[in-house]
Design a protein. Structure first.
Length: 72
C-alpha cells in the first residue's frame, strides 16, 4: 500500500479543524497563528497548485498508477 503525497497535509488540516473544539482563547491563538503563516507564505494557494499539478502528472504520465488508485 502506498501513501498519497498529500496525505500528511490532509492530516494537518483535519487537526486544525479540531482546533474549533478548543476553548475560545486557545482557538483564537491557533487561528491567529495559522492566519499569520498564510499571510506570509500564501501556503494555501501553493498547496492547491501543487495538488493540481500532482494530480495532472499522475493522470497524464502515470496513467496505470492513477487508474489503480481510483479503482479502475
Amino acid at each position: 500500500m502506498t501513501l498519497h503525497a498529500f496525505a500528511p497535509m490532509l492530516a494537518l488540516a483535519l487537526l486544525l479543524l479540531c482546533a474549533g473544539l478548543l476553548p475560545a482563547g486557545r482557538r483564537r491563538r491557533v487561528t491567529a497563528y495559522v492566519e499569520r503563516i498564510e499571510c506570509r507564505t500564501g501556503i494555501s494557494g501553493l498547496l492547491l497548485c501543487a495538488l493540481l499539478l500532482y494530480w495532472l502528472v499522475r493522470l497524464l504520465f502515470l496513467r496505470e498508477s492513477f487508474l489503480q488508485a481510483v479503482g479502475g
